[in-house]
Design a protein around this ligand. Structure first.
Ligand code: OSB
Ligand code: MG
Length: 369
């Protein structure tokens, strides 16, 4: 049985190498919360709470995660004895919602469990692939030329699929330009729920462009609208924000609201829940891929491990650390070579957190023993 003796939270701020435009503003740095466990037996685990700073992707923010972690999750973790990460996830499930916050704590349990069991995290999860196929996510650029430049450099780096963010006013025209300039590159688009049912014409046009998928066209809870759109399109709809748990997935599949699933460790509430979504999707014949939240090296390592599972048959958003950060929180960066990220075969997370660097970039801390 495992009992956690020490829990540390570090709110860490890293500069971004390429500022990206969100629906609200341009970002130049990101803050994520790193979670460190030490068990009574001396085993160590790390997790990452990769919430965006504002409540625009989900309802969570870095500050809401900080408060929920400090006031509710730390007490649960310190009071629970567990033999498997799923048991700790079960104890944390009495906290409603707050999936990003719970995901960081669940990830720390898995990385500790894998390290203490002397197996790689990927193997502990049931992963079977030696490498993860890497796609890259490109934000809204100031001009189409700037976007084409981004695509060219990422394709030259070897990325095997390009995802383009779209929003009203930045959709058919830039996507058509990318398809014309790079006809052989697999492309998909991600709307992050920015459209409504009155925008059907945009999706009819996108449907002609041979895209791999159209991700999250409508608002998260608009399941019926997604089903109606999917019935009119050849291009598969991929759900992201809509699916926060396995029940959402079952509902979406029953309604025909999508044909592909983006599994994010953060959005699902951790690796335990991501694994369950993978198993359900696989049983239903639904292809999945691993989405990202601009993770630092710890969350990114979990994404790589998850992507080694057999149902991850599409390229994941597992770019190298260098796409976002000049220096990552691990002693070695995560590297994407020729469009693939190797799944580590060393026990535990597979990358060593750089504690000195983490402390130097920390803007707030909590330590409970
Ligand atoms: O919808 O996939 C998304 C980042 C922040 C919020 C939403 C999304 C994203 C990404 C990031 O696309 C992809 C990555 O981490 O490489
Ligand atoms: Mg998305």
């Amino acid at each position: 049985m495992t009992r956690i003796a020490h829990v540390s939270l570090r709110r860490v701020r890293l500069p971004l190498v390429h500022e990206f435009q969100t629906s609200s503003h341009a970002k130049r740095f990101l803050e994520h919360i790193l979670v460190r466990y030490e068990s009574t037996g001396g085993a160590v685990g790390w997790g990452e709470i990769a919430s965006p700073s504002g409540p625009f992707y989900s309802a969570e923010t870095v500050s809401s995660c900080w408060a929920v972690a400090r006031d509710f999750l730390i007490p649960i973790v310190r009071a629970t004895e567990w033999d498997h990460p799923a048991a700790l996830a079960g104890a944390m499930a009495k906290v409603r919602g707050n999936h990003f916050a719970r995901a960081g704590f669940d990830m720390a349990a898995w990385s500790l469990f894998a390290a203490a069991s002397d197996v790689p995290l990927a193997a502990a999860l049931g992963g079977t692939r030696a490498r993860a196929e890497a796609g890259v996510s490109l934000g809204i650029e100031p001009t189409i030329d700037a976007l084409l430049e981004q695509v060219a450099s990422r394709v030259a780096e070897g990325y095997r699929r390009v995802k383009l963010k779209i929003a009203p006013g930045w959709d058919v025209e830039p996507v058509r330009a990318v398809r014309a300039a790079f006809p052989d590159v697999p492309v998909h688009v991600d709307a992050n729920g920015a459209y409504s049912e009155s925008d059907i014409a945009v999706f009819s046009s996108l449907d002609e462009l041979g895209l791999l998928m159209i991700e999250q066209p409508f608002a998260p809870r608009a399941l019926v609208a997604h089903a109606a759109l999917q019935s009119r399109l050849r291009t598969p709809i991929c759900l992201d924000e809509t699916v926060e748990d396995v029940d959402d997935l079952v509902t979406a599949l029953r309604l025909g609201a999508g044909r592909v699933l983006n599994i994010k460790v953060s959005r699902m509430g951790g690796l335990t829940h991501a694994l369950r979504a993978h198993d359900v999707a696989r049983a239903e014949g639904v292809p999945v891929w691993c989405g990202g939240m601009h993770e630092f090296g710890i969350g990114r390592a979990a994404n790589v491990a998850l992507s080694s599972l057999p149902g991850f048959t599409l390229p994941s958003d597992v770019s190298g650390s260098d796409k976002y950060y000049a220096r990552d929180v691990t002693t070695r960066p995560i590297v994407c070579a020729d469009g693939w990220v190797d799944v580590p075969s060393t026990p535990g997370l597979g990358w060593e957190p750089d504690r000195e660097f983490i402390e130097s970039m920390t803007v707030d801390r909590v330590d409970v023993s």
